[in-house]
Write a protein that binds this ligand. Sequence first.
Ligand SMILES: [Zn+2]
Length: 296
Amino acid sequence: MSDYMIRGTAANEFIRAFAVCSKGVAEEARKRHNLSPVAAAALGRTMSAALMMGADMKNDSDVLTIQFVCDGPIGGITVTADSGGHVKGFAENPGVMLPPNAYGKLDVGGAVGNGILHVMRDIGLKEPYAGEVNIQSGEIAQDLTYYFAVSEQIPSVVALGVLMDRETAKVREAGGYIIQLMPGCPDDIAAELEKACVSAPPVTTMLAEGGTPESILTDLLGGMGFRVREQMPVAFKCDCSRERVTKALVAMGPGQLKELIAEGKPVTLNCHFCNTDYTFDTDMLKAILERASKKK
Ligand SMILES: [Zn+2]
């Protein structure tokens, strides 16, 4: 199953819902960053959420960023998504290893620890819309549920999961859903949703049993008139390029470039989001210096 996401509504639009299967996205991130199992789970969960939250923005140029600034051994997580199903991200310490938690699961909460969860939406206004809350458990989904409740006053159910293959250490399943109650939602609908979500199996179980975004949301909301409104492919995608990195070097200015050239060694710049290296030898740096000098 290729990665994709759906959004839909239920209960006469008092409920809106998103679901994503993102195994390819999570596995691509694991490969690019050489993520440990617990880091792959933490980043995969965050990327699934960012894809769904990003799809809630209107314009192609809108950017959503989720950042965990935390004191746990993972050191921090940064993920950005656009409104069209593209996501990229990284963990500060991709190799973090921890023993399983008390339930025998990957200890994402232990890897994240305490700190602040930031959510930013750059939707072309002068200032990006930004909210932040204290990290609750570090398990990602609980933290985002808390963020929606406190910072955006939207009662939400967030479920995110990444299942790692113990033998191959690759991603076996990844995905999640976000269900939100709109203002004025009657109490009986809220109660019915709560009942459905409490009895639902973990999202990785649903995916491992062949569940799709449609079947997952139908299981949860089918009794409330769930309808799919939109379907969209999703992918890990970084917008870095040699030309972009070159522009960043040009922007350093002739002074710093001359210093780099004087060192006589190639310079390598790394894109944190996709872990691509861009190397510039001395001749390339001289050409960039020429570009930078012309700018003045
Ligand atoms: Zn990149």
